[in-house]
Design a protein around this ligand. Structure first.
Ligand code: NAG
Ligand code: NAG
Ligand code: NAG
Ligand code: NAG
Ligand code: NAG
Ligand code: NAG
Ligand code: NAG
Ligand code: NAG
Ligand code: NAG
Length: 569
């Protein structure tokens, strides 16, 4: 009640400001029609779920400070929602998008306007469907240009802005069928048939020479490549033959620039790279393939495109993969690359990492096996069903949105007792992966904190079934990755080694395979947020938790009221 009173005052204040014309940011409006489109890849034609008939979907480009209004109209039979991945959604959790977390889905024939303001972020993010496995094809870039007069904090300037480079996965089969087969039998999903660059697999796949991404470049110019990993289930390595890449920004936060022969990028992560076209002529392979840490089936193929100098008369497709593309099991490369990421931490772009904390949550990340119900056929390991969990809690989807239940004080949809520590202490990364009890518990549990809490979360991978690199994504907040390591986290030993000066700030962290990652969050965004593994198969199995930040005392610390067109369940 207190909060709604203040909100009215705020609205009045905002109107006065607008009348006086002090606001320089503008409102940018977009229309997204979710519709089917027939697409052919690898000689297979199928209906693909798209936004505005585009695969991948349209790029949203805005300026820092803009109010963004995207009207989504659902023109298909299935439910849908759209998530603005990495956009902070300060006080506007209603516009975040994950189905049953912040909103009920947009039903057939229905419309919902996502209305939010982009502030304090600049660089490359993306958007994608957040319902079922729809993000297999419903995704696009979300580019935030810095507000003038801020120049880019890196050299050289100017740079040529190239079109975003989005990695994805293509299934010849209907993705919905892949997902429902997985949930029906409790097994692993069929792996995809191709990786793609901007929806194009490239010449290493059958029938795909015409479906190859080509980036034209002029000698001597420096290009800004906005890289997005939209793949459902695979971390990827990316390299360009004979060219180095300079990392300048991750997840819409500037980094200390550094040059590398290749990158590793997890699903959910974004990275802006500079590439200088320093050759005279030719067409050079740009290639992406999985970084493999799992024993589950995956597709070990490679998607390639070309960097083609304008001086090259005709593309002569090279097919030999460049030596700077890391091998699929190259954990050493992945680790060294990730270790080099550092916040810029300058006067203009400070690193606001909490130096001390109010609360620490340590959570395991596990895959699990449950017995097969008697009347069912299960295709998971040992003919059981796969699940996944955090602190042995496999997340069950509620039947209405948690944000709505929280805002209206409706009980029964979730509980605030997500465990602070693993319920059983064991040698998380040392146990035999299949001899342990691999059961889990089910529930819709959240961690709830007061506004302003400086929260640390340690994600601890486990050996149960299979240790693996897990890309954990936090909604509504960026976080600082203060520590990472292999083996078991040990507070006594590891906290002293934390980087609380210039740790990387992002929204998705790849928790090292058989290791741990510690993140710090300033819980300054009231609302209900989803924390989950961005490998879609793991989210389907329950590798997720809820995170509630209560409204604070000040008017600017309150969740705004729900929009009038919010979908209902
Ligand atoms: C969008 O949000 C702004 C600020 O909260 C509000 O003034 C405006 O009326 C909203 N517009 C729509 C179309 O919902
Ligand atoms: C998954 O793969 C199996 C084995 O190749 C095949 O029989 C099945 O039809 C596939 N399922 C889907 C949904 O494509
Ligand atoms: C990987 O992709 C290739 C090429 O599309 C396909 O032939 C193969 O079946 C896929 N492998 C798996 C394990 O799905
Ligand atoms: C590109 O790299 C390959 C392998 O390192 C090398 O053999 C080739 O000469 C290089 N080409 C150019 C144009 O630099
Ligand atoms: C990919 O997997 C296939 C089938 O398992 C195997 O024959 C091939 O050697 C693998 N390719 C690479 C590059 O590992
Ligand atoms: C299978 O068993 C479950 C729980 O015991 C029950 O709810 C379901 O109706 C059964 N399904 C069939 C097809 O018998
Ligand atoms: C945990 O297991 C690993 C691998 O077996 C072993 O090296 C380590 O000593 C174990 N740690 C403890 C505390 O037992
Ligand atoms: C997880 O929960 C299940 C079901 O209560 C239990 O059997 C199992 O021992 C628990 N495992 C761990 C590692 O806490
Ligand atoms: C769509 O969402 C509504 C609201 O949660 C639900 O009642 C309905 O069953 C869903 N429909 C489909 C096809 O999933």
């Amino acid at each position: 009640m207190e909060c709604s009173y203040y909100q009215m005052l705020l609205v009045i204040a905002a109107v006065i400001l607008a009348v006086q014309g002090h606001s320089s940011a503008t409102t940018k409006r977009f229309n997204f029609n979710v519709e089917w489109k027939s697409v052919t890849r690898l000689c297979h034609t199928k209906p693909v779920l798209t936004v505005n008939g585009k695969y991948p979907g349209p790029t949203i480009a805005v300026n820092e400070g803009d109010n963004v209004q995207v009207t989504v109209t659902n023109k298909v039979d299935t439910n849908t929602t759209i998530h603005w991945h990495g956009v902070r959604q300060l006080r506007t959790g209603w516009a975040d998008g994950p189905a049953y977390i912040t909103q009920c889905p947009i039903g057939k024939g229905k419309t919902y306007t996502y209305n939010f303001t982009v502030s304090g972020q600049r660089g490359t993010l993306w958007w994608h469907a957040h319902f079922s496995w729809q993000r297999a094809s419903v995704y696009g870039a979300f580019v935030i240009h810095p507000r003038l007069p801020y120049p880019f904090p890196f050299e050289p300037s100017p740079v040529v802005e190239a079109p975003p480079i989005i990695f994805g996965e293509w299934w010849n089969a209907d993705v919905d069928a892949v997902e429902s087969e997985m949930s029906r039998y409790g097994g692993g999903p069929n792996s995809s048939d191709a990786y793609t660059i901007n929806g194009l697999p490239g010449p290493l796949y059958p029938c795909s020479i015409k479906d190859t991404f080509i980036q034209n470049v002029e000698r001597g110019k420096t290009y800004m490549l906005r890289i997005i990993n939209a793949a459902l289930n695979d971390e990827l390595f990316f390299a360009v033959a004979n060219h180095t890449l300079t990392v300048v920004e991750i997840d819409a936060v500037y980094t200390k620039p550094f040059t590398t022969s290749a990158i590793m990028i997890t699903p959910g992560q974004t990275t802006t790279l500079l590439l200088t076209a320093d050759k005279s002529t030719g067409a050079f392979i740009m290639a992406a393939r999985p970084y493999l840490t799992s024993v589950f089936p995956f597709n070990n193929s490679t998607t390639i495109g070309y960097l083609k100098y304008t001086t090259t008369p005709k593309l002569k497709p090279q097919l030999t993969l460049p030596p700077n593309l890391p091998a699929m099991e190259d954990t050493l490369f992945a680790t060294r690359f990730t270790d080099r990421l550092r916040s810029l931490a300058s006067a203009d772009y400070p690193c606001n990492v909490p130096k001390t904390i109010d609360k620490r949550v340590v959570t395991t990340i596990s895959l699990n096996l449950q017995d097969c119900p008697q009347n069912k056929t299960c295709k998971g390991y040992l003919n059981k069903q796969f699940f996944a969990s955090m602190n042995n809690q496999s997340f069950s989807r509620p039947s209405t949105s948690i944000l709505q239940s929280h805002y209206l004080n409706i009980n029964g949809q979730y509980t605030t007792n997500f465990p602070d520590h693993p319920p059983h202490v064991y040698n998380y990364t040392g146990v035999d992966s299949v001899s342990e009890n691999m059961n889990t518990e089910f529930g819709t549990r959240v961690v709830q904190v007061e506004f302003g809490t400086r929260l640390e979360i340690v994600f601890q991978d486990t050996n149960l079934l299979n240790p693996e690199n897990h890309p954990i994504h936090v909604h509504g907040h960026n976080f600082f990755i203060v520590g990472r390591g292999f083996g078991n986290f040990d507070a006594e030993r590891d906290v002293v080694g934390y980087n609380v000066v210039d740790p990387p700030e992002r929204n998705t962290v790849g928790v090292p395979v058989g290791g741990w990652a510690a993140i710090r969050i300033n819980a300054d965004n009231p609302g209900v947020w989803f924390i989950h593994c961005h490998l879609e198969e793991h989210t389907s199995w329950g590798l997720a938790m809820g995170f509630i930040v209560k409204s604070g005392k000040e008017p600017t610390q309150c969740l705004l009221p729900p929009p009038s067109d919010l979908p209902v369940c």
